[in-house]
Design a binder for this molecule. Structure first.
Ligand code: ARG
Length: 466
């Protein structure tokens, strides 16, 4: 405010005060206050530029920087009251600066618009948040790696169609998420690249009437390039879209493992259990221990996907250049940042703490005929019949087992012999062995111990380089 209470910083041409509804609908301070440190960082560098191009003196620059530093401290100590009539974080910082240092403060907005100011603030913010998110992803990757290493000799059912398919090592299952979250990390790094452009100096849309040294500002704020077109710079939000997509992809991965944690910890599976510290009870059913943490992450995924959709819908009809609709992009952005960070922490805690129950995994493997394919391959190898015929014979054996309520391990040898004379002896049991099944997998990336060790070694190399 231009110190005169009630008068807007932009109020020169207005004769009547702003209506309360205009103030309520127009304000963004309730959410963009979280950009205060980026806003102040940008203003300090903008002021240095103003000094360099002769708009303010050395003394004035010192006073602006000192004043901005004080505004920052006041915000951090909750001493600066946020007021709806001051609209946004930019106005709060500027009006407080004017209160603190007087006339000089009024020079700060020379050659700058809130349109390029907010565009800069958000880019700084995205960069700051990505560095935190990357660290949280690294913690999760390390956790997957450690748990995989510990559980390399445990066998669990691998599923297709949520029907038991083939035995896989627990390490194989866990490492599948290692690679997925590593891709998410790359997606955020890609977003950093898209985001890495200095937009300040674009003004409202057309550029500014001062020889703003954009190279200097870019260097000071650590941007590796300068945006090419001032209209584009204040209107597009591709970097935010990229960021929200990276968040959505990550949450999709998180949601899928959460779904598995929920299923695998149910009484029907009992493959894993979460510790009490990560579970909740029921206010009515005394026996209950619920995996709420996984359900909440699955639920938050909907929000994060919606945030991406929200921004796409927001952007699709906006004519160039800046329109006030763009103020709303931050609600989606901030919410996704919060949800992704908390989800990563929650997921890391679960992966770290969950216990595996190999005996229950084994009984599912047995009743699911998980090594039926291995038995067919055994026939192919031993009697050189085509795989299709072997498939048929094993299918018959499975059908007999089903009708007698037996597994491949408990079915009578007489019943086996009736289908094939080769379904006997040690060779038969070797063919259906669960652990051996995993080691018969030869291909790169597969579930055999050798391939798992190879994969873990590669992952370790990647983690060491991060
Ligand atoms: N608070 C606005 C935003 O978040 C920036 C201000 C631009 N306002 C304007 N009237 N041109 O986008």
């Amino acid at each position: 405010m231009s110190v005169e209470t009630g008068k807007k910083l932009w109020g020169g041409r207005f004769e009547k005060p702003t209506a309360p509804i205009m103030e309520r609908i127009g304000e963004s301070i309730s959410f963009d206050k979280r950009l205060y440190s980026q806003d102040i960082r940008g203003s300090v560098v903008h002021a240095k530029n103003l000094h360099k191009i002769g708009v303010i003196t050395r003394e004035e620059l010192d006073s602006v920087i000192k004043g901005l530093q004080q505004v920052k401290e006041e915000i951090e100590k909750n001493q600066l009251p946020f007021r709806q009539e001051l609209e946004d974080i930019h106005m709060h910082v500027e009006s407080r600066l004017i209160e603190l240092i007087g006339e000089t403060g009024k020079k700060l907005h020379t050659g700058r618009s809130r349109n390029d100011q907010i565009a800069l603030d958000v880019r700084l913010y995205i960069r700051d948040e990505i560095s935190i998110i990357l660290q949280l992803i690294i913690n999760l990757l390390e956790t997957f790696y450690n748990r995989a290493k510990e559980n390399i000799d445990t066998v669990m059912p691998g599923y297709t169609h949520l029907q038991v398919a083939q035995p896989v090592r627990v390490s194989h299952y866990l490492m599948s998420y290692f690679w997925a979250f590593l891709r998410d990390k790359k997606q955020f790094e890609f977003t950093l690249g898209v985001n890495d452009e200095l937009v300040l100096g674009s003004g409202a849309l057309a550029g500014v009437n001062y020889p703003t040294d954009r190279e200097l500002i870019a260097k000071e704020l650590d941007f590796s390039s300068i945006s090419e077109n001032s209209i584009d710079s204040v209107s597009q939000r591709d970097h935010v879209l990229n960021f929200l997509f990276a968040c959505s992809q990550l949450m999709l991965h998180a949601s899928r493992i959460c779904e598995e944690i929920i299923i695998f910890s149910s009484q029907e599976f009992r493959f894993i259990s979460l510790p009490d510290s990560l579970s909740t009870g029921s206010s009515i059913m005394p026996q209950k221990k619920n995996p709420d943490i996984a359900e909440l992450i699955r639920g938050k995924t909907g929000r994060v996907i919606a945030n991406l959709n929200n921004l796409m819908i927001l952007l699709k009809g906006i004519p160039l250049a800046y329109n006030r609709d763009l103020q709303e992009d931050k609600i989606s952005l901030f919410d996704s940042v919060d949800q992704v960070k908390i989800a990563l922490e929650g997921l890391t805690a679960m992966v770290q703490e969950m216990k595996f129950h190999p005996e229950n995994m084994q009984s599912s493997l047995e009743i699911g005929f998980a090594t039926a394919t291995d038995l067919a391959d055994y026939l192919v190898n031993i009697i050189k019949i085509p795989f299709r015929e072997a498939h048929e014979l094993v299918g018959k054996l499975v059908s007999v087992c089903n009708s007698k309520n037996k597994t491949l391990y408990s079915i009578d040898v007489e019943d086996r012999k009736k289908i094939s004379e080769f379904f006997v002896g040690d060779k038969y049991f070797e063919a259906i062995s669960l652990l051996k099944s995993t080691d018969k997998k030869l291909t790169y990336g597969s579930t055999s111990k050798e391939r798992q060790l190879e994969q873990l070694e590669k992952a370790k190399m990647i983690l060491d380089l991060i």
